[in-house]
Design a protein around this ligand. Structure first.
Ligand code: PLP
Length: 378
């Protein structure tokens, strides 16, 4: 099925944030969506629903909840009850809601860094005190340090946020690491909010995603796993996320004001998600192979450019590239001048890095990496 992902699709005039921001001379490898069409099963299911012509108020059916229940069991060997699954329009909404509803003014939150910017936006937006725990390279893999977490935790810390797999940096946390975090949370009576949107984008064959709530030992009572198929099947513009929260007291507080300020997810997002779960397996396997090959290619090209480096990415299609040896004030600007729009590392907490989205056709990636190499050799 490789040819499917090699096929370039013109995204100009499709109101794409990623493709419309810079001129047509720039290759846009920034925002995290992919240049691939969603699987045919998703497109067909949407077409059938569109053809109905009536798009009234809707809801997440029991059948969708059972599909998710089956999916989570099939993919992560996690047996959940359908009553633990709650729907929101996006994972970002869930991050912000978690901070606002599960902590109070005066509480302190631990967030990872460098990390997807909405962790910090959520705590700043809610006016909460926070500390950043580092996700730093240790033996070629970016991870946290328990001793640093111990030094940052305060008597008023209520919430520990986690990004698993991590963006940027692609770490897939091991069972041991998650148990360590779980024990730490138990000792300090913290809630753990785990953003698992990249769970199905694991590129290393030997690795497996482990949801925070599946660790056991009572950690499930204090954990929320935020999930979505938006990234995996490339329909983030439709928008659907779900929270798995085994503790009903916690979910009651989290969702107290839901559907006043936050709308229900849209009708098409439910249809797309269910079709992807039920019929998207072969497409997903082919996607992972394609992305793995792109990842290997990006790693090899970046290693060959003097002044650039990246560590091995276990998951996601977002390479985290260290440009500090170039001694540029702003690596993002340098690459933009060379005709490639990457995400500036400053957005995640380190301005000497850039993030490159390789969820695109190999031919475009080759062109972009040629421009990147040229920018560094000048
Ligand atoms: C870690 C992480 N969480 C959440 C999101 C966005 O999720 P959503 O589109 O469901 O709000 C992204 C998108 O890049 C992400 O990387």
């Amino acid at each position: 099925m490789r040819h499917l992902f090699d096929q370039a699709i013109d995204r100009a005039h499709s109101d794409s944030i990623r493709w419309d921001k810079y001129g047509s001379d720039v290759i846009p490898l920034w925002v995290a969506d992919m240049d691939f069409q969603s699987p045919e099963c998703v497109v067909q299911a949407l077409r059938r629903r569109i053809d109905h012509g009536v798009y009234g108020y809707t809801y997440a059916t029991q059948s969708l909840k059972e599909s998710i229940q089956e999916y989570v069991n099939r993919r992560y060997s996690w047996r959940v009850e359908t009553a633990w699954i709650h729907f929101l329009p996006s994972v970002v909404t869930a991050l912000h809601l978690t901070v606002r509803m599960l902590t109070q003014v005066g509480d302190h939150v631990l967030i990872p860094g460098p990390a997807y910017h909405h962790f910090q936006d959520a705590v700043i937006g809610a006016g909460r005190d926070y500390s950043i725990y580092n996700i730093r390279l240790q033996d070629g893999r970016a991870t946290f340090s328990l001793s640093q977490l111990e030094s940052l935790v305060k008597p008023n810390t209520r919430l520990l946020m986690l990004c698993n797999p991590h963006n940027p940096g692609g770490t897939v946390f091991t069972k041991e690491e998650l148990s360590t975090l779980g024990q730490f949370a138990k000792e300090h009576q913290l809630i753990i909010c785990s953003d698992e949107i990249h769970a199905d984008l694991i590129l290393d064959e030997a690795l497996q995603h482990i949801p925070m709530g599946s660790i056991g030992g009572g950690i499930e009572d204090r954990s929320l796993s935020l999930m979505s198929l938006n990234k995996t099947f490339n329909f983030p513009g439709l928008g659907l996320a779900w929270v798995i929260c085994p503790n009903p007291q916690l979910s009651q507080v989290l969702l107290k004001d839901l559907h006043t300020l936050i709308p229900n997810p849209n009708l098409l997002s439910y249809i797309a998600t269910q079709a992807a779960i039920e019929h998207g397996q072969a497409w997903h396997q082919a996607l992972i192979q394609y992305l793995r090959s792109n990842r290997n290619y990006v790693q090899q090209r970046i290693h060959s450019v003097s002044g650039l480096s990246m560590h091995h990415l276990q998951a996601t299609y977002l390479a985290w590239i260290d440009a500090s040896k170039q001694s540029w004030d702003n690596p993002f600007e340098q690459f933009l001048k060379a005709g490639v729009a990457l995400s500036p590392g400053s957005q995640f907490g380190d301005s000497q890095f850039v993030r490159l989205n390789f969820g695109t056709q190999r031919m475009l990636l080759e062109k972009a990496l040629d421009r990147i190499a040229l920018a560094c050799n000048q």
